[in-house]
Design a protein around this ligand. Structure first.
Ligand SMILES: Cc1cc2nc3c(=O)[nH]c(=O)nc-3n(C[C@H](O)[C@H](O)[C@H](O)COP(=O)(O)OP(=O)(O)OC[C@H]3O[C@@H](n4cnc5c(N)ncnc54)[C@H](O)[C@@H]3O)c2cc1C
Length: 392
């Protein structure tokens, strides 16, 4: 059986759904999104959903600000609910990180992000439960917070369907047809062929495997990032803000039901490559104990919290911890992957940029920092913390 499409998107996570919406909103007909499992079954459904706006480049700052505005106005901009909670975010840095933070703040301000650098003593006013010792400064982003990645995916998918996109779940792509350096279409696990001159790899943690089907190698490592859920004690008081402790290597974000999601910010993910099929499996007690110890150093009142569960998450990580948003060397085969732990908060802007790229329009954001060939020239000093502050 063979049919045709104008664009085939592989992957129904937040990236694929956002792209489907943006293509259809731009008037592209014949968009088919294929998801091997169900919408948001991949990294998206396991995401912590933090929206912070500290990024080291004007491009990423613009993209995250655009995305924040979409999350804030999701019912009007897309439809549905993004689950955005603007509780504010605090980002603690060591004294050595302060110069980089100040440079990043300048970029934030230039693009219109609301943020201020404060001395650690200001924590007494903003969030007295954070331990200021060891911090050189704190960045306060009053509009940051968190959202619901699954709800955002479903919102985009519903709006995309309303605009004519065909979304098929339970359909895995097992082959990508290429002829004379140009993509021709895909083959699904039922043996069906869908001919298309444009195929987009939005397969998240599986993007490397999907690229290989077209003979393309992506510099992406799937690195383990476990998440732990604790229930705050009765004496904790009102929910805390989102706190990212770059100095101490931990983060917390509040959840309903007196819960807190926490994990590591020690950027050891690339040292722990993970089979993406293990996504969601139970995390070990040892790794939980290690992270929770750091968390309770950052917020001592969380030392009384009760451990609820831990699960294995993973990031699709590129060498510079920034996404690949580009056409591959196979003409018509596009890559929107390697989100490196940023894929939720950037998803609205990523969908827009990819739709602009595919339709041949001028991209709103300079896309050079996301080009696939940037890895040809080796970059040094890239890291997850670098994705907040830059490397210099
Ligand atoms: C634990 C964790 C915490 C995170 N925290 C944050 C955060 O706080 N803030 C933030 O901004 N980002 C965060 N992220 C990152 C962000 O959630 C991801 O980058 C983003 O959700 C990835 O979306 P995606 O659509 O690119 O990929 P995915 O969600 O992985 O979607 C890819 C989809 O492709 C499908 N697929 C794979 N192969 C095929 C195939 N052959 N055929 C058809 N379909 C296929 C998969 O089933 C999957 O549904 C976190 C991620 C994790 C895992």
């Amino acid at each position: 059986m063979t049919r045709t499409a104008d664009v085939v998107i592989i992957g129904g996570g937040v990236t694929g759904a956002s792209l489907a919406f943006h293509l259809a909103s731009g008037g592209v007909k014949g968009v088919v999104l294929l998801e091997r499992n169900f919408l948001a079954a991949g990294g998206t459904g396991r995401s912590v959903g933090v929206i912070r706006q500290l990024y080291p480049s004007p491009e990423t700052c613009r993209m995250v600000l655009h995305s924040l505005r979409v999350f804030q106005n999701f019912p009007e901009a897309v439809g549905g609910d993004s689950g955005y909670v603007g509780c504010g975010a605090l980002i603690g840095v060591s004294p050595a990180m302060l110069p980089s933070l100040e440079r990043s703040l300048e970029i934030q301000r230039e693009v219109g992000i609301r943020a201020e650098v404060l001395p650690p003593s200001e924590l007494a006013r903003l969030e007295p439960r954070i331990d200021p010792s060891g911090l050189g400064a704190v960045l306060h982003e009053p509009e940051s917070g968190y959202g619901d990645p699954t709800a955002v995916t479903l919102g985009y998918a519903t709006a995309a369907r309303d605009r004519g996109v065909v979304i098929e779940q339970g359909v895995a792509v097992i082959g990508i047809q290429v002829d004379a350096g140009r993509v021709k279409g895909v083959v699904t696990q039922t043996g069906e062929r869908i001919d298309s001159r444009v195929v987009v790899n939005a397969a998240g943690l599986w993007a490397g495997a999907v690229a290989v089907l077209a003979g393309v190698t992506l510099p992406i490592v799937v690195g383990r990032h476990p998440v732990f859920v604790v229930k705050r004690g009765a004496t904790f008081g009102p929910p805390h803000v989102v706190y990212l402790d770059l100095a101490g290597g931990t983060y917390v974000r509040p959840e309903t039901g007196d819960l807190t999601l926490t994990g590591s910010l020690v950027e050891d993910e690339t040292r722990h490559p993970m089979d993406p099929e293990l996504l969601g499996s139970e995390a070990g007690f040892e790794e939980a104990a290690e992270t929770l110890e750091r968390t309770s150093r950052a917020i001592p009142a969380l030392a009384d919290a009760h451990y609820q569960q831990g699960y294995a998450g993973a990031f699709d990580i590129t060498p510079d911890w920034m996404p690949i948003l580009d056409e591959s060397p196979v003409c018509g085969f596009y890559i929107a992957a390697g989100m490196s732990g940023h894929g939720f908060k950037l998803a609205p802007a990523v969908g827009q940029l990819m739709a602009e790229l595919i339709t041949g329009g001028r991209t709103t954001v300079n896309r050079a920092p996301f080009a696939l060939d940037r890895f040809a020239a080796a970059r040094r000093g890239a890291s997850f913390v670098g994705s907040f502050l830059g490397s210099g």
